[in-house]
Ligand binder design. Structure first.
Ligand SMILES: [Zn+2]
Length: 75
């Protein structure tokens, strides 16, 4: 599974606000997400993230912080 900054993420379960669409804002030991609807931030460990994610889609804004495309492999 590949994940880039600004990827559009679909979670298996909807957030409390009703949407299951998120955007990736941080990639590190934890994955940082922002809810597309209520803009709450969420930090998930990589293993939690992999359990909860349904789909990851690259967007025209997807990239790493230096502007270059980077691929983080999640096992
Ligand atoms: Zn929300």
């Amino acid at each position: 599974m590949e994940i880039w900054l600004n990827d559009a993420v679909t979670m298996k379960k909807p957030h409390a606000c009703g949407t299951n669409q998120w955007r990736v804002v941080r990639i590190g030991a934890d994955i940082g997400l922002i809810c597309n609807s209520c803009h709450r931030r969420l930090l998930l460990s990589r293993s939690d993230f992999i359990k909860k994610v349904k789909k990851i889609k690259h967007t025209p804004d997807s990239h790493d912080t230096s502007g270059q495309v980077i691929i983080n492999r999640l096992e």
